[in-house]
Design a protein around this ligand. Structure first.
Ligand code: XIL
Length: 612
């Protein structure tokens, strides 16, 4: 199973369930702009932007341009200012000023920055092609390494994601073959590495310069299945398998009203990359239309264009690995289309007057109405992060696409002593029963499976959320029900290693504070199943007499340990299970594995208790 970790938190095990400490819900602001509508969906919405990298006027000083860019978008990518022709005007002489200005604008407006690009076949400073004509591959290698290192280091953490290599593949030839594009980095003379070696090397250099940046391969005409996408897929598959530091693929999405991917095709390509654990960013979307001499398109074409924008954003919101959506320019005035494709224009959601077009309304509709996506395999035990069947009272974490709210909201005990089943507009239903929630945030929610599923074969799960513009309801997923699916909370964030275990004096068990032979430890977990006498969803644990209904056994260090108690954890919400174990005598000092069996189900491997 692959999670996309950009926005995920794994609240420390005990904190997630034992202490739910955050304040209540803030009222939603009126959602008038695109970025405001996008905030609860957790997806950055970007536009390519320019300052004065090719001379005055500086677009950022144009209030219409700057105002639209900062109010409608939460992400910015320099359209040219981080390319070679701007950044290395002379060999080993760098100019990052226009990029710095765009970064400063982004930061002043609470926008994130995508970097574009480090290695491309074109848009070179005048000295570079002549230099390459006489350089050795070793000199080209040094040149590219130095440039990537200088640029990535310069922008540092201000850039969260880089297009490392841009447009390295040719379009298919007449027999459908796709080859690497000739370039000074590949074969003219190249940096001395065969095949896609130069691409892999560029990613390695970028990663070395900023290990925290997300690194993308970016290209066009890879939005639908076909030989060019296959060539990219093969390459990135090879990169993932061999440990090349790549995080995703950019789909440029320069399309037109008569040529664009269907929703199904686009989703298929995103899923193929998701299977490799890779993200997708829509990086340069525009939808060019035939225009008249004033740069205007027909009303009918604008309607078609609106549908294309809506369809692409909808697919992106529905695919968990589509983690950013960006358009290539702010308005018709600064779009590259009229000069690159004579006779075409009107390609963006804002027109010559910086006024919204039908495409803008369509993007807003997609943002406000696209339902969240629930994925059964992304429903995991909150202690072990293992998926599969759910058990009554099990605390599970659901990772989905298009879940809200924008910021983590934890639940709190209400005046009737219950934890709520609605946090900030989020509900998760099991067979229609709203489950107790522990927290909700972008693309993640912490849920306690209702005790009512006990005895069932399966349960139908559904997620719903109200981002402020109305309730959006996910697909349903049917998941099997187990009597118990136990797991022990760990102190780390992987659900392994030292358990979140207390010694008898309630101090945390650790290497520095080990338990003595014959002493007791209190082990905390979840997924213990039904409770004797029943347990109420969302309430605090019933009395100490209540026990897990299935037989509980345990071993420490492979030796049977006496189970003194196994049931609800007093003072905690139903769903947290406490097991008191007596440590067998004769164990070697140090971390010893602890395994608890409830009925026929066992806790995850790798959890240890420190023994004296
Ligand atoms: C374009 C810019 O928008 C133009 O201003 C420039 O003259 C040429 O490049 N694919 C890419 C972008 O990856 O960098 C290109 O940007 C558009 C196509």
């Amino acid at each position: 199973m692959q999670h996309f970790t950009g926005n995920q938190t794994r609240p420390a095990k005990l904190a997630a369930c034992l202490a739910v400490m955050l304040a209540g819900t803030a009222p939603l602001a009126a959602q008038t702009t695109f970025r405001q509508a996008a905030a609860p969906r957790g997806i950055p919405i970007g536009a390519a932007a320019s300052a004065d990298e090719y001379g005055p006027p500086d677009l950022l000083l144009n209030p219409s341009y700057a105002g639209l860019l900062s109010s409608q978008y939460s992400m910015l990518e320099p359209g040219n200012a981080m390319k070679w022709d701007v950044t290395e005007p002379e060999l080993d002489t760098y100019n990052f000023q226009p990029g710095d200005e765009l970064v400063a604008f982004a930061q002043a407006n609470n926008m994130i920055v995508r970097g574009h690009n480090l290695c491309w076949y074109t848009q070179f400073p005048p000295w570079l092609a002549p230099y390459a004509a006489t350089a050795t591959p070793a000199e080209m290698s040094t040149l590219l390494e130095d440039h990537i290192n200088a640029e990535v280091t310069h922008f540092g953490t201000q850039v969260f994601a880089w297009d490392v290599v841009n447009e390295a593949f040719n379009d298919p030839d007449s027999s459908g073959n796709v080859t690497l594009r000739d370039s000074i980095w590949y074969d003219q003379p190249g940096i001395g590495l065969a095949g896609n070696g130069y691409i892999a090397q560029a990613f390695q250099w970028a990663h070395a310069a900023n290990p925290n940046a997300l690194l993308f391969y970016n290209d066009y005409n890879i939005e639908e299945p076909g030989p060019k996408f296959d060539a990219v897929l093969n390459m990135v598959q090879q990169f993932v398998a061999s440990g090349v530091p790549i995080n995703g693929v950019g789909f440029e999405m320069h399309v037109e009203n008569t040529y664009y991917p269907s929703a199904t095709q686009l989703a298929q390509n995103m899923q193929a990359l998701a299977a490799l654990g890779l993200q997708v960013h829509i990086t340069e979307m525009d939808v060019r239309l035939p225009v008249d001499s004033s740069g205007l398109a027909s009303a009918a074409d604008l309607q078609t264009q609106a549908q294309i924008y809506q369809s692409v954003l909808t697919v992106c919101l529905q695919q968990p690995n589509c983690t950013a959506f960006q358009v290539w320019g702010v308005s018709y005035n600064d779009s590259w289309i009229p000069s690159a494709f004579p006779g075409y224009g009107a390609a963006l959601p804002f027109d010559l007057n910086y006024a919204p077009t039908p495409a803008f309304a369509a993007l807003m509709t997609a943002m406000e109405t696209t339902p969240p996506t629930l994925i059964a395999s992304n429903m995991v035990n909150a202690a072990s992060y293992q998926g599969g069947a759910v058990a009554p009272g099990e605390i599970v974490t659901l990772y989905g696409a298009n879940f809200g709210p924008a910021n983590l909201v934890g639940s709190q005990l209400d005046s009737s002593g219950q934890f709520p089943a609605n946090v900030s507009g989020v509900e998760v239903l099991f067979d229609g029963i709203p489950a107790t929630l522990l927290y909700a945030e972008v693309n993640q929610v912490g849920v306690i499976v209702p005790f009512e599923v006990a005895g069932k074969q399966q349960t139908v799960v559904q997620y719903q959320y109200n981002p402020g513009s109305g309730v959006v309801v996910s697909n349903t997923e049917t998941v099997p029900v187990a009597a118990a699916a136990p797991a022990i909370f760990a102190l780390n964030e992987q659900g392994s290693g030292p358990g979140a275990i207390l010694n008898q004096d309630y101090s945390v068990n650790s290497a520095a504070n080990p338990v003595a032979a014959n002493g007791y430890v209190f082990v905390y977990g979840t997924g213990g199943g039904a409770i004797v006498g029943g347990a109420t969803d969302g309430a605090l644990a019933p009395g100490i007499g209540s026990l897990v209904t299935q037989p509980v056994t345990a071993t420490i260090g492979g030796v049977a340990a006496y189970v003194q108690y196994a049931g609800p954890a007093p003072g905690e919400v139903n769903g947290v299970v406490q097991v008191n174990l007596q440590v067998p005598a004769g164990l070697a000092p140090g971390p010893q594995p602890v395994v608890i069996t409830v009925g026929t189900a066992v806790t995850q491997s790798g959890i240890t208790v420190a023994v004296q």
